[in-house]
Write a protein that binds this ligand. Structure first.
Ligand SMILES: [Zn+2]
Length: 351
């Protein structure tokens, strides 16, 4: 199954295509912008463009394009943070295998993936593999492209001076037929020595109109919370990738919906829902619930305004500061049950 098409970012696409056409595309690029707006998908698109040999690139139909879209092109390699391979220093072959497996997993999901959790990184052994691969000739195309997602997670390798120098040299003077495309939503966290070797381009949030066709894709529908398209667009705020959070994200939306329904259902249902709001230990999950609730309230206000129901719209808007307040209270020593009750009373206009 090919990965999902790239939507949005037309201006930057045209600009980079021009540079590539003129042969003046920098050899080490940093794509930066908010998390979830499709920087790695964009990087893969740029890689495809560089490997395509048609007159108008990327053509989408040549062998290079098809392999790239299937994440199977040997000259377009994709690296990103993953869970550390256990045991002593793994062999280069082992690391290579593991990454091919990681990429195959993303291929199964049409190129979608959950944001790597905080413990995942791009390890020293990956940098070593990268150095080895970069020294080889392209296997099929005239060039090689390496995409390195969430590149700020390369930091741990700094512990090894020798490896760090090898990677820096690689980024500074790649072979003429090699392009590195790094992506980062936290470029400030990149090692300055790496950042200074890149030419950076900024991606902006994707407009709703460009995200809408993606929501109709079955792979996307399976990966995001089960909500109507307009709610999802409101939740995404131009970063559809931010909604792909697996169960945690979906659960938060479901819990927020329960709170909303309970607030609409009267005191008894509010009390019941408050008791179910989780213990003080689950404050993080509760904070996510409140974040989801904010989105649902804004969505409710928007829908009510559209349908001319000013009372409902005003009530939803008035509840927003109370939810914000509760969210802040989760940072200190507050009890989720009581906060949930406060929030529901605000939503019901009973405060
Ligand atoms: Zn092509």
């Amino acid at each position: 199954m090919p990965i999902l098409p790239l939507h949005g970012h037309e201006t930057l696409r045209a600009r980079l295509a021009d540079l590539a056409g003129a042969g003046t595309l920098p050899s080490t690029i940093l794509l930066q912008g908010p998390a979830g707006i499709g920087k790695q998908r964009f990087a893969l698109w740029l890689g495809q463009l560089l490997l395509c040999e048609a007159a108008s690139r990327p053509c989408g139909t040549c062998q290079h394009c098809r392999l790239a879209l299937d994440l199977q092109h040997p000259d377009l390699r994709w690296f990103f943070p993953h869970e550390k391979i256990k045991g002593d220093e793994p062999s280069t072959e082992e690391v290579d295998e593991r990454y091919l497996g990681d990429v195959a997993e993303r291929r199964e999901a049409a190129g979608l993936y959950t944001r790597p959790d905080g413990s995942m990184a791009i390890y020293k052994y990956t940098a070593k593999l990268l150095t080895g691969l970069a020294a080889k000739s392209p296997a099929l195309a005239k060039r090689k492209v390496f995409v390195i997602g969430d590149a700020e997670r390369m930091a741990p390798q700094a512990a090894n001076q020798e490896m760090s120098n090898a990677v820096l040299k690689l980024l500074e003077e790649p072979a003429a037929n090699t392009t590195f495309i790094l992506t980062s939503s936290e470029p400030g966290a990149l090692l300055p020595t790496i950042r200074s070797r890149t030419v950076s381009f900024r991606l902006s949030p994707v407009p709703d109109g460009a995200m809408r066709p993606l929501l109709a894709e079955p792979a996307v529908a399976a990966a995001v919370p089960n909500e109507p398209p307009e709610t999802l667009l409101a939740m995404a705020g131009g970063a559809l990738g931010a909604l792909i959070g697996g169960e945690g994200r979906r659960d938060a939306v479901a819990r927020a919906r329960l709170l909303l329904a309970a607030a609409d259902g009267g005191r008894e249902s509010m009390l019941k829902a408050a008791f179910g709001a989780g213990s003080a230990k689950a404050r993080g999950a509760f904070r996510e619930t409140l974040e989801a609730l904010l989105v649902l309230l804004r969505e409710r206000a928007r829908a009510a305004t559209t349908s001319g129901d000013a009372t409902t719209a005003m009530r939803a808007l008035r509840a927003i500061p109370a939810v914000e307040e509760a969210k802040m209270a989760t940072e200190v020593n507050a009890i989720p049950q009581l906060l949930a009750l406060d929030v529901m009373r605000a939503v019901a206009g009973d405060r």
